[in-house]
Design a protein around this ligand. Structure first.
Ligand code: PLP
Length: 499
């Protein structure tokens, strides 16, 4: 702290000049430095902050550029008459009424909910059980760098231009081989490389759905898919499940509503971790064929096998009309933004045309580097490293949950993936638990975020991929406290929503 009350941290997250900028701007905005206020000379402020004068000069000059300050040689630096916020306010008043101009897609309830929900800021040092991505120590940065360098050296400008909209040929061939390893039949002609599997879902939804069409999903499902379906104006309906997967009688009843699409994550549903049994897969596909319903098989957690044993049969291996979606985000590197869709021949061209309208193709450079990565066998080697690591993390978390959560709270041991779903019986409010956990610096995902409608049962999704074992154990201990504290809480108390 100096005379003006500035708290500047030389080792802070932002550079020094930026911290000085923010603190002065904040004081001007709240009126603590009113119009005409004279700021200390740069040399004096630098001395009082123990920093170099040039740092303060840079902060002042950026404040000037942003309209906060004016300086006159020989007189000093002064706060401007018209605070920038007022300018912003004025500009806002003159702005077009975009709310009134929004499309129907942008105004659907899940979109509004998405905007209403606020991302609770993660307290420093908090144990984060919400991250659905590999932690830095389990991402093969060095191996990927080698492949990137190799591609730049050997392909040069070819890697830097636009590529085929369906995806770079070497990558499509590698993905076909990779899918075969898992028993998913495909050919390079069936395959479309997408910008993450999120884009694959978006393209499929736009290709198949009109406003009012019915899409069936699990009652708790991937929130990103709910947004995609909502954007088309489709109506999402949840189907109840038992231990084998979606309930067939419930599906038959929903058939009366003439659904167009069934969206499933049969190997490891997000958020519940449920796996659809082989027998149920076949039965669902028979129903879908009969009811003329397109089935989307989202295998986002592909290759995150944590136990030995046979892989479940891919739905696409049982029926070539299944639209199979996969990704390299969870098993490898999310920043690649490489996903893919294997589509039946009569759908493929339509997905391709929509892909063209969206982004003219995914990054050629990333695709070629990934193709090289796969060709060198690095993926399989990488899996041998990460699978035991995630297994150890899962086991540490489950063991600690057994120790610390009340007896009436249940969960299943997930055989794959990086998350576990904690089922909450009546009397437990996921929102209240979220708040209590936040106070204890543990982040969890409450079930209402994934709920298709109000009927979805309460639960919490805990991701164990991000944190190391010791922190997972500590997280479970604090979560146990939070669950007990929330149970004793007035149910009409405030609830927090988060993305
Ligand atoms: C079930 C599911 N599908 C698809 C995605 C999209 O992932 P990406 O676009 O990174 O492949 C996610 C991301 O969390 C997911 O959970």
């Amino acid at each position: 702290m100096n005379d003006l009350g500035f708290a500047i941290r030389p080792d802070g997250a932002a550079p020094m000049y930026r911290q000085i900028f923010e603190q002065i701007a904040a004081r001007i905005r709240c009126g603590a430095f009113p119009a005409g206020f004279r700021l200390p000379p740069t040399r004096a402020l630098a001395e009082s902050l123990g920093t170099h004068r040039n740092t303060v000069v840079r902060a002042y000059s950026e404040l000037e550029a942003a309209g906060f300050l004016s300086s006159t040689v020989g007189r000093g630096t002064f706060v401007n008459d018209l605070p920038p916020d007022a300018q912003v306010e004025e500009a806002r008043e003159r702005s077009l009424p975009f709310e009134a101009l929004l499309s129907r897609a942008a105004r659907t309830e899940p979109m509004r909910r998405y905007l209403r929900l606020r991302r609770a800021s993660i307290p420093p040092g908090a144990i984060d059980l919400t991250r659905m991505m590999p932690p830095p120590e389990l991402m093969p940065a060095e191996l990927f760098q080698r492949c990137l360098t190799h591609v730049l050296k050997t392909s040069g400008a070819k890697a830097l231009g636009y590529g085929p909209k369906e995806g770079a040929r070497p990558l499509r061939e590698e993905i076909v081989r990779d899918l075969a390893r898992r028993g998913v039949p495909s050919s390079a002609a069936d395959l479309l490389v997408t910008t993450g599997s999120q884009q694959a879902l978006d393209l499929i939804a736009r290709a198949l759905l009109d406003p009012g069409d019915v899409v069936i999903t699990n009652v708790s499902t991937y929130a990103g898919a709910l947004l995609v379906f909502a954007a088309t104006g489709a109506h999402v309906v949840g189907v109840a499940s038992d231990a084998d997967g979606p309930d067939l009688d419930a599906l038959r009843r929903l058939g009366a509503r003439r659904p167009k699409v069934l969206y499933l994550m049969p190997n490891h549903a997000n958020p519940t971790g449920a796996c659809v049994s082989n027998a149920r897969r076949a039965a669902i596909l028979a129903w879908a064929r009969d009811a003329q319903v397109a089935v989307i098989e989202d295998d986002y957690a592909v290759d995150l096998e944590l136990d030995d044993g046979p892989l479940p049969t891919p739905m696409r291996a049982l029926d070539p009309d299944v639209i199979h979606v996969g990704s390299f985000s969870k098993r490898l590197i999310p920043a690649l933004r490489v996903g893919y869709v294997v589509a039946p021949p009569s759908l493929h061209p339509h997905l391709l045309a929509l892909k063209h309208t969206t982004d003219l193709g995914s990054s050629t450079l990333q695709q070629l580097a990934l193709a090289e990565f796969l060709d060198r066998g690095y993926l399989v080697a990488h899996l041998r490293r990460i699978q035991p690591a995630y297994r150890a993390r899962r086991d540490a978390l489950l063991e600690a949950l057994r120790q610390h959560l009340p007896d009436d709270v249940r969960w299943q041991r997930p055989p794959r993936g990086i998350s576990v779903w904690v089922e909450l019986p009546e009397g437990y409010d996921p929102g209240a638990i979220f708040e209590e956990a936040l106070q204890r610096k543990v982040m969890v995902s409450p079930g209402h975020y994934f709920a298709v409608d109000e009927g979805a049962r309460g639960g919490l999704r805990l991701n164990f991929g991000w944190e190391p074992e010791a922190r997972l154990r500590e997280g479970a201990r604090r979560l146990g406290e939070a669950v007990r504290a929330a149970r004793g809480r007035d149910p009409s108390g405030p609830t927090v929503e988060l993305v």
